[in-house]
Design a protein around this ligand. Structure first.
Ligand SMILES: [Zn+2]
Length: 279
């Protein structure tokens, strides 16, 4: 494309982006002006040795185009975040397990999760994750999902899954390495419900492969388990120890205590029903 052709094409492109509005007027320079900002909507340029009048963008049109571009970028961001969220969770309910919806039962744990999210960049570069230990129903999975949702809001790619799902999926695929690579493509991997003692040899071997694979990527993971920290520290056999050693090296252990939210809810329901029945 010659210089003249390039100018012609730029002039045509500008003309397409110019809006002619009611009240626009011809100024003293003989060119079209904007009714609101009074800037030129036309200008004179020399193309191929000849003076030509071409359209140009006035200030308000420029602001309008910038706003359209920003709105488009925002739409793209929202679409990307919706995609990240739907890829993250296998259970739709978890998409709502956020800091905003937290029931305030364990403020210390929630605050720790918020701080983890705030400093995720640093934790990610150090491959530092979390190990949430404690008995059933104390909100460990909820806490891990809060982290996941808040990071997704910031555009970070996260996968939340659990050990039994991972084992089923590994059992059902020939391409185990491909499956593990896909898990490890996420900046944060959350795996719920670690409990290797109960597993078969196959399960243990696969759990080791998942943990070791993640360990090698140097990226963080959050693991939840119903085992207590002392059970993890006293692994009954070499195979479990091999798994726990890697987890403890990379995941900061947090003992999540407190009354079971689930049991508390059941107790509340019993109480409400008892009152309704007039007992
Ligand atoms: Zn204008």
């Amino acid at each position: 494309m010659s210089f003249t052709e390039a100018l012609e094409s730029a002039a045509r492109a500008a003309a397409e982006r110019v809006n002619i509005n009611e009240g626009d007027y011809i100024g003293e320079d003989g060119l079209l002006h904007c009714a609101s900002c009074h800037k030129n909507k036309q200008t004179k340029i020399v193309i191929g040795g000849k003076e030509r009048v071409v359209y140009c963008i006035c200030d308000c049109r420029e602001a309008e185009l910038a706003a359209e571009k920003a709105a488009e970028a925002e739409r793209e961001r929202r679409t990307r975040i919706a995609g990240l969220r739907s890829a993250c969770f296998s259970e739709r309910a978890m998409e709502k397990w956020s800091f905003e919806n937290d029931n305030g039962c364990n403020p210390k744990l929630t605050a720790a999760m918020e701080r983890y999210v705030e400093n995720f960049g640093e934790y990610k570069s150090r491959g530092k994750g979390l190990l949430l230990c404690g008995s059933c129903g104390t909100g460990k999975t909820y806490a891990a999902c809060e982290v996941a949702n808040a990071l997704i809001d910031r555009g970070v790619s996260v996968k939340v899954t659990n050990f039994s799902r991972v084992l089923n999926e590994l059992q059902g695929t020939y391409d185990r390495q491909g499956y593990l690579d896909a898990l490890n493509a996420h900046s944060l991997l959350v795996i719920d419900d670690l409990g290797v003692e109960r597993g078969t040899d196959f399960a243990r071997e696969q759990v080791f492969n998942v943990i070791d694979g993640r360990y090698r990527t140097g990226l963080p993971m959050i693991i939840t388990t119903n085992l207590s920290l002392s059970e993890i520290n006293k692994a009954p056999d070499a195979e479990s120890r091999r798994i726990y050693d890697r987890i403890l090296e990379r995941c900061h252990p947090i003992s999540v205590n407190g009354a079971s939210h689930r049991r508390q809810r059941v107790r509340n329901e019993y109480e409400a029903t008892r009152l309704r029945l007039g007992l």
